[in-house]
Design a protein around this ligand. Sequence first.
Ligand code: SF4
Ligand code: FES
Length: 382
Amino acid sequence: MNVVTRPDADATALARPPVPPPYGMLAELTHRCPLQCPYCSNPVELDRRNVELDTETWLRVFTQAAKLGVLQVHLSGGEPTARRDLEEMIRHCVKVGLYTNLITAGVGVTAERLQSISDAGVDHVQLSFQGADAMMTDHVSNFRGAHERKLAVAREVRRLGLPLTINSVVHRANIHQIPDFIELALSLDAKRIEIAHSQYYGWALRNRAALMPTREQVFWALEIVEKAREKLKGRLTIDAVVPDYYAKYPKPCMNGWGRQSLNVTPSGKVLPCHAAETIPNLDFWNVRDHALDDIWQDSPAFNAFRGTDWMPPLCQTCERKEIDWGGCRCQAMAIAGDAAETDPACHKSPLHGHLLALAEEDAATGEETFDYRRFLTPDRRV
Ligand code: SF4
Ligand code: FES
């Protein structure tokens, strides 16, 4: 394989000071997944198995990531345990000094497989729950028996002495279960829970009417989370990703484009964020053709919205420009039709009222039918 170690450096690239290294890398090992969550933020067009990177290429990418300065690798998907070479990858990450976090849905993972993953040296496991009880998890994931399997995996993870984080994506159908999600995390001896409101990119955008919570639900959720944080300090860490449709300021998406992390897709494209492919005309370099360091420093997609020079005048002149980095490029693309616009979640954006109206309209539909993400195992549908 021919890997380009340095692209032809143009004058701009030579003049640019080196970009500080990323801390984290999301390695999307596969898009294959047994679940069918309607909030899936993977692209509408999934990478098929025959275009996935092979083991050797992934190992090279992990070596390059460690050299670049990445500290933590999130082994994700789809369902990363669908890769039979997962343990080999974990062993390699350990060898090159990367902290490994396995992000799994847990449904197809046996106790033997977990033992083998633990023996390979995985540092941490993050397990998703689509509901706080069997009825909700099975309904949202469209997989009968998913909840019971996840409970078994969580118990096994703790029995093996691995630290556990519970991840729960909340939306209009399950947001009322937030207190139960927190109880679930405590009962499973997790040290952390992520309560992430659904984000509307990729497949999730199709389900916005069925997922969008009401304003009342969102403010209730914020209050519940704050109280729980206070009460459980030292026992359970609660991370919350707030829905910015109802907020005054946007989230600092990815902590700034091309600042701290990168995503490698199953077929090897390197993206500044999970949803970056929803932005047309960005040139994503591939690890099959370029070294990771070059991609991080010089690829057009990473430099498109890095720093503050790209910002529209509204953000350029704002005191928060290095706090929220102008918000989310993918949301600007989805709502304003231009990724270089101020994120409409910002109250200063001329489109803020429009965004709010969209959210309120969607929340008021009462839509209950999900357009499930279908990849595999139709026989598992609930
Ligand atoms: Fe952030 Fe731009 Fe809004 Fe200022 S104007 S708060 S930088 S999104
Ligand atoms: Fe792409 Fe926010 S999801 S920048």
